[in-house]
Design a protein around this ligand. Structure first.
Ligand SMILES: Cc1cc2nc3c(=O)[nH]c(=O)nc-3n(C[C@H](O)[C@H](O)[C@H](O)COP(=O)(O)OP(=O)(O)OC[C@H]3O[C@@H](n4cnc5c(N)ncnc54)[C@H](O)[C@@H]3O)c2cc1C
Length: 489
């Protein structure tokens, strides 16, 4: 697909935050012909290489930047269509491209390519590598001015019509449009409240229910990571979820998702406990083999993970005009599902389209952005909330030794014994699952698909004809005993 033609009436656009959302928006809008200025609070030089970025780049403003990330096919589509040079540079920087041929379960007999397979591609790299690549491209983009070490303090506005930014050095910056991409800790709700409008934004929030623990490794000379094996590269023990993430430049990471509040499992922050435990997780066997790799970080923890949605159009009325909120400042989902950067990409695309269609009609732009968020992002947010609520209910019942919630339990059975087995034998079900998980389709499309329902139903009905699912790892008590011994505590 060729890049869209420049807009007839370019606007002066101020972007708050140079994280994933801010950079994606800046890139797409500058390529549309707008004049974009990005204000990024972190005052750090761009490291010389992606490797140096991982080792020493101070990204205080994005503390999750040293946690495992995977780039879903939806973000890859945005980049492929709107910024293929970013993908080319990612490849140059050693990122891993997982195409459908590499991802199809090894036991799948029918490996014939299908229409649409070219979209089914995931990119894997360290988060700081994609961030380094994007920063390199965006700061070199002719239409972008990058102002680093400048924090935004609020809006300059005429009532609820935003006309620019107030900066922490006391100065003001006027703009035709303000784009807020300041991440999940952005004070944007306070900034909007300070405008004093009659209509205020709303916010809904629920806990993702997990704490992230991640450790990164570098492969030893001459060693390679296995392509996906029959056992996959992750699993869920009920009391702990785990996954291996391919990286770039011979790196990879392992992440454990621990239920919020399970303090005993936090022993796994100890590197000796961690190493002992990850070796017991059977799908990760090829990732933890002796002599394969050496750790390059400690075990990094990240808590306070939420599903959160903020709405800026209430009953058809924008809370403010001249401003749009994108990325984590607008919507966060449980990172376990890997959607955040794709959500940022969707919002950047939607904004590019809204400005093409509505130009300087500020109310129309606000309404178009709201409609796009509700249509293209909110269903994934809802799906994330439902999955987290069900998993938390099951976990709580398991710990308390009480009867599990019947609906959550039936849902888990359907996924574990119906849908997932069907994805491993039916190439079309696999592709539909992949499309939904990767945000190429809405999540409800999967469960409305007759082929998926039929195949998953058949797999569920045949559950007892198959050998029981293999044990993926130790029980919680076994794991804790091992961790305690290994950590010497
Ligand atoms: C543990 C974890 C794992 C994740 N894994 C994945 C994954 O596998 N795949 C995926 O797609 N997503 C993942 N995500 C989500 C993804 O990281 C976020 O969705 C994404 O970073 C959001 O981008 P953003 O630009 O909105 O915010 P950020 O990337 O957080 O960037 C915000 C930027 O704004 C700057 N800033 C903030 N306030 C101001 C201000 N007042 N003035 C100027 N600058 C300011 C900050 O310095 C920062 O640079 C994960 C998230 C977490 C927490």
């Amino acid at each position: 697909m060729s890049a869209p033609a420049p807009v007839d009436d370019p606007q002066r656009i101020a972007v708050v935050g140079g994280g994933m959302a801010g950079m994606l928006a800046a890139l797409l809008l500058a390529r549309d012909g707008h004049e974009v200025t990005v204000f990024e609070r972190d005052d750090t030089d761009l490291p010389a290489t992606a490797d140096e970025a991982f080792d020493g780049w101070n990204r205080r403003g994005a503390p999750h930047a040293r946690q495992s990330h995977a780039l879903l096919a939806r973000l890859r589509r945005t980049l492929h269509e709107r910024a293929p040079d970013v993908l080319a540079m990612l490849a140059e920087q050693g990122a891993t491209e997982l195409t459908i041929e590499r991802i199809l379960p090894p036991e799948m007999d029918d490996r014939t390519p299908r229409d649409g397979d070219d979209e089914l591609v995931i990119w894997c790299c360290r988060r700081l590598t994609i961030e380094w690549v994007l920063r390199t491209v965006v700061t070199a983009e002719p239409g972008v001015t990058w102002r680093r070490g400048v924090a935004v303090d609020g809006f300059v506005a005429d009532g609820t019509d935003v006309r620019g930014l107030r900066l922490d050095d006391g100065s003001e910056f006027t703009a035709d449009l303000v784009v807020v991409g300041g991440g999940r800790n952005s004070p944007v709700m306070d900034w909007i409240a300070a405008l004093g409008g009659d209509v205020q934004p709303t916010e809904e929030q629920s806990e993702a229910g997990i704490v992230y623990l991640s450790r990164f490794y570098r492969l030893r000379e001459g060693r390679d990571l296995p392509v996906l094996t029959e056992k996959g590269a992750g699993g869920d023990l009920g009391y702990l979820a785990f996954a291996g993430f391919y990286g770039d430049n011979g790196t990879f990471s392992i992440t454990l998702g621990i239920p919020t509040g399970d303090r005993e499992l936090m022993t796994l922050r100890d590197t000796d406990a961690w190493e002992a435990v990850v070796r017991t997780l059977t799908p990760l066997g090829p990732w933890t083999e002796d002599g394969l790799a050496d750790p390059i970080t400690d075990v990094e923890a990240m808590a306070r993970l939420t599903n959160r949605i903020r709405r800026f159009v209430i009953d058809g009325t924008p809370v403010a005009t001249g401003v749009v909120v994108i990325g984590d400042a607008a919507i966060t989902t449980n990172p376990w599902y890997g959607k955040g950067c794709s959500q940022a990409g969707i919002a950047a695309e939607a904004l590019s389209t809204a400005l093409r269609e509505h130009g300087r009609d500020r109310t129309a732009v606000a309404l178009a952005m709201d409609a796009a968020m509700r249509r293209d992002i909110e269903p994934h947010y809802v799906s994330s909330c439902i999955q987290d609520a069900d998993r938390t209910k099951l976990h709580v019942a398991d710990r308390a030794g009480t009867e599990p919630d019947p609906a959550a339990s039936a849902g888990r059975d359907f996924i574990l014994h119906g849908l997932l087995p069907a994805t491993r034998t039916d190439p079309d079900v696999f592709r539909k699952f992949f499309r939904s998980f990767n945000m190429l389709d809405r999540p409800d499309a999967l469960f409305a698909d007759p082929v998926v329902l039929q195949q998953a139903g058949a797999a569920l009905a045949a559950k007892d004809d198959r050998p029981p699912l293999p044990r993926l790892g130790p029980t919680r008590d076994e794991l804790l005993a091992l961790a305690t011994t290994a950590s010497g505590r």
